[in-house]
Structures are given as C-alpha cells and as structure tokens.
Design a protein around this ligand. Structure first.
Ligand code: PRP
Length: 197
C-alpha cells in the first residue's frame, strides 16, 4: 500500500523532525507478521484482542494481513491515579464482548514501554483461562522495560524516544501519520498541539 508523501500531511508533517521507520517498512513488516500468525494459528480461529486506542491502526493492518479465519475484540482502560499507573494498575472501562475461556487469544499492542500495562492485562486475561495467550507488538522500546514479558511477534525495536505516528500520539495528535517519527522540540510546546486551544 502506498501513502501520501510526507508534505501532504501539512502541519502534522511540519512538526516531524525525523522519520524513523517509513510507511513502506511498516507495511512490509505487518505483512510478514500476518503471514507468521496465519501459519501458526491455522485451524485455531484465534481471537485478536487490542487495547484502545493506539492499537487501532496496527490492528486494522494486521487483520488484513492475516489470511485465516480470525476474530477481533477490544479492551479500553483508564488509569486510576498517577501512582497506580506507575505500578501498571489500570481500570477496565470496556471489557471484551466475548468469553475467552478455551480460546486462542493473541494480545495485540501498538507499543510496549515499561510493560506494566501489558503485564496487568495479561494477568487479567489469563485468569479467564484461554487455551493460549500470546503477544504481538508493533513497536518495542526495550530500554524502558520494567516488567519482562515474552513477545511472540514483534515488529520493530525502537530507541527510548518519544515517537508518534501509526497510532502513537502526542496529546491525541499524529496517530494518522502512516510512518513513525520524532517530533521537533517546538511541537511539544506548541499551542497547535494543545487540545484545549
Ligand atoms: C500505550 C500503549 C500501551 C501502553 C504501553 O497506550 O498502547 O497500552 O501505552 O505502555 P507501558 O508498556 O509503559 O505500560 P497509551 O496509554 O499511550 O494510550 P493510547 O493507546 O490511547 O494512546
């Protein structure tokens, strides 16, 4: 799939200092992940589970790269307090719509930083006794990891930098960029990125 050139993204592109991974590279890697998942889960009717909202872009692309029957569902979480957030304790504000007991579940994330959110949610899902529970992540920032969790499928490793695009946001902006990149320092302070403006 080809996308608009960088300049077409106007103000959003103007805030980007450097493209780290191009849209083509991401597309190619997602196709490979879909192929591997299609092979590994053939005949198992897996359920892909994502956490809103950053994952939606990766999930949509991954689903279309999977060539076997597959289902999808979403969770939504919210932090209780900053302190609890630091411990990775989150509140489910939207639960799955389907039971997962006995199902082959593949947990899909756009990015893993500390691993705390993932760890907490995996424990929650594991308690429901799925037949299997594995993880597929598009971007991993291993330098920030506090809780180690095996990632069965991984797209790319990234440095410990604030990245945007492909679902990743800064104050809800930039999710729609088809690549991932670094923001210019000014973009972090700009009133243009202030959702209250
Ligand atoms: C991101 C990502 C994970 C979490 C990972 O979500 O989608 O859920 O952070 O961080 P951790 O490994 O340090 O726990 P975010 O809170 O940015 O919400 P969003 O998906 O709505 O952008």
């Amino acid at each position: 799939m080809s996308w608009h050139p960088l300049q077409a993204y106007g103000d959003l592109a103007a805030d980007v200092r450097e493209v780290l991974i191009s849209a083509d590279q991401i597309h190619q890697r997602v196709l490979e992940l879909g192929q591997a998942i299609s092979h590994d889960y053939a005949g198992l009717n897996p359920l892909l589970v994502g956490v809103l909202k950053g994952v939606v872009i990766f999930m949509a692309d991954l689903l279309r790269a999977i060539t076997i029957p597959v289902e999808v569902d979403f969770l939504a979480v919210s932090s209780y307090t900053a302190a609890l957030r630091e411990q990775g304790v989150v509140r489910l504000v939207k639960d799955l719509e389907v039971p997962i007991t006995g199902r082959h579940v593949l947990f899909v994330e756009d990015v893993i930083d500390t691993g705390l959110t993932l760890n907490y949610l995996l424990r929650t899902l594991r308690a429901r006794q799925p037949a299997s529970l594995e993880v597929c992540v598009l971007f991993d920032k291993p330098d920030r990891r506090l809780v180690d969790t095996p990632l069965k499928y991984l797209g790319f490793e990234l440095p410990d930098r604030y990245i945007v695009g492909c679902g990743l946001d800064f104050r809800e902006r930039y999710r729609n960029l088809p690549f991932v990149g670094l923001l210019k320092p000014a973009a972090f302070n700009s009133s243009a990125t202030d959702p209250q403006r």
